[in-house]
Design a protein around this ligand. Sequence first.
Ligand SMILES: NC(=O)c1ccc[n+]([C@@H]2O[C@H](COP(=O)([O-])OP(=O)(O)OC[C@H]3O[C@@H](n4cnc5c(N)ncnc54)[C@H](OP(=O)(O)O)[C@@H]3O)[C@@H](O)[C@H]2O)c1
Length: 317
Amino acid sequence: MKAVIWMAYGTPDVLEVHDLEEPTPKNHEVLVKIASSAVTTGDCRMRRFDVPSGFWLPARLAFGLFKPRKKITGMDFSGEVVAVGKGVSLFKKGDRVFGTTGVALGANSEYTCIAENKALIKIPDSISHTDAVSLIFGGITALYFLQGKIKQDSKVLINGASGSVGSSAVQVSKNYGAKVTGICSGSNRELVLSIGADKVIDYTNNDFSDNGVVYDVILDTVGNLSYAGCKRSLSKSGKLILINAGLGTIISSLVKKNLICGVALESKELLQEILRLYETKRLKPVIDKVYSLEKIVEAHRYVDEGHKKGNVVLTIE
Ligand SMILES: NC(=O)c1ccc[n+]([C@@H]2O[C@H](COP(=O)([O-])OP(=O)(O)OC[C@H]3O[C@@H](n4cnc5c(N)ncnc54)[C@H](OP(=O)(O)O)[C@@H]3O)[C@@H](O)[C@H]2O)c1
């Protein structure tokens, strides 16, 4: 099978497409023939080993001290179950599925094995694999951080509203009844309005913290906001969510009740919610570019620029 492998951390040039042996599902695992995968900021940050401050050593110990421990790149996938291991009861051959391997990686490949109890669910025929895979990264992150924090008419500010997490966060917030302001560059204004934002602030000529408006939730996907800088833009019970926080900020969030940091954890429940929102037309895919697996270096270079609109998909057929 064709798969993208990496033998070192570094620039996109460390990625190579190789022919590898197809994996065999172990007990309680399914073998998925992948139709579409994704290139996310998570994949790119892992490739260049760009981890938040204070996490260098723990992340190196987890992912490989001198070189990556996992050979095949990629987390998110959509495809079809083609074989099941012993004891599998939730899936059968022929099921269309989407899911994420998370830090176990292995999704930029023609086939992957994943335990049936991991973040993997069935999808209907009505959703294409390209659309399905594009919903995973931003959808999981937006739901993980925003669920339970937004009420009807809450004022929500999304920094980086045109990206993968941001475009999902705008839609998820609207679904909870929020009044949403998105921050992006002027060229992405129409996109962010088209997915439901009520207002857009162009960060190239406006600073939201200067306009006296307060928000009930501020979600920073970009990594350029701080607690001190946002305090005066938060309502009394307002919450600041920083998804790129370093260790020091994470530690301070243990004592600051209105500061939320951390890492989004994937689950079947979040995938079910993503699918439910998609099927009820409250979460639509935002796809910037689609590359073939062979163009993996190009795809990573594009995502590394930091200005994609929504998501980048890899087709593997
Ligand atoms: N903690 C977690 O669990 C977690 C989970 C997922 C992702 N993340 C992190 O979240 C970050 C965002 O991920 P993503 O996939 O959404 O990124 P992305 O798709 O690359 O989007 C980044 C967006 O930020 C905008 N942007 C760039 N500079 C900006 C600025 N100065 N002010 C406002 N917006 C700006 C860009 O818009 P323009 O093109 O208009 O400039 C772009 O749309 C990544 O660093 C990722 O590692 C963390």
